[in-house]
Write a protein that binds this ligand. Structure first.
Ligand code: CDP
Length: 215
């Protein structure tokens, strides 16, 4: 039986780690669409075209990117270069909105994401516009949220507490604000289940998500 699970949510909501864990439990593939946008940002920076929207689109068209969909094996490769770690750097987080706010880039990536989803019998796809644009007819659609405080705290823990809390709060809310200009992921659209993880630990969040999926 086919199963497509679509998960959206803001930065620090825990959607990546939670979606990955759910994919494992369901024996499903895992598609991290944020990693795609990050890979595009890395590639455009590498090519020195970030400030030229048309060149960005051309670079994405020619881009040879391979993204692992194995939830136990995170891997992003562009050409011959493994950029799995590089795309998580703050320098990429800071410029990813340049490519994510480019509508032509989004169209290209949405097409790739739909093809990837179609290629798997079971898949959990996660991002900002999966429940609304990429896979609005998914079997389960969930918006995972958390309070701004909880999201900043989680992001700080993820980065090993190396960043000042105030700077981080500004970075996270700044990126969410930019992202929100293109896609609405702060409130669930019709038929999308809401899971608020503010008061839930990792395991409880997974349980709440699985309850939504089997509902
Ligand atoms: O690390 P975090 O959860 O904050 O973000 P991510 O999932 O790695 O996504 C990085 C960036 O990619 C976001 O800030 C968005 O600008 C963009 N993105 C998007 O526009 N649409 C998606 N479906 C996924 C990510």
């Amino acid at each position: 039986q086919r199963l497509v699970v679509a998960v959206d949510g803001p930065s620090g909501s825990g959607k990546s780690s939670v979606s990955r864990a759910i994919a494992r439990r369901l024996g499903a593939a895992y598609l991290d669409t944020g990693a795609m946008y990050r890979a595009v940002a890395w590639h455009c920076r590498d090519q020195g075209v970030l400030d030229d929207p048309d060149a960005v689109v051309a670079a994405v068209q020619d881009m040879d990117v391979v993204l692992s969909v194995d939830p136990d094996h995170e891997r992003v490769v562009v050409g011959t270069e493994d950029i799995t770690e590089a795309i998580r750097e703050p320098g990429i987080s800071a410029v990813v909105s340049v490519v994510a706010t480019n509508r032509a880039v989004r169209e290209l990536l949405v097409a790739r994401q739909r093809a990837e989803i179609d290629a798997h019998r079971k898949i959990v796809a996660e991002g900002r516009d999966i429940t609304t644009v990429v896979a609005p007819d998914a079997d389960a659609r969930i918006l995972l949220t958390a309070s701004a405080e909880a999201r900043t705290a989680r992001r700080a823990a993820q980065l090993g507490g190396t960043v000042e809390a105030k700077d981080l709060a500004e970075q996270v809310s700044g990126r969410d604000a930019k992202d929100s200009t293109v896609v609405d992921f702060m409130s669930p659209s019709d038929g999308v289940g809401l899971v608020d993880s503010t008061e839930l630990d990792f395991e409880a969040t997974i349980e709440a998500m699985l309850a939504e999926i089997t509902r």
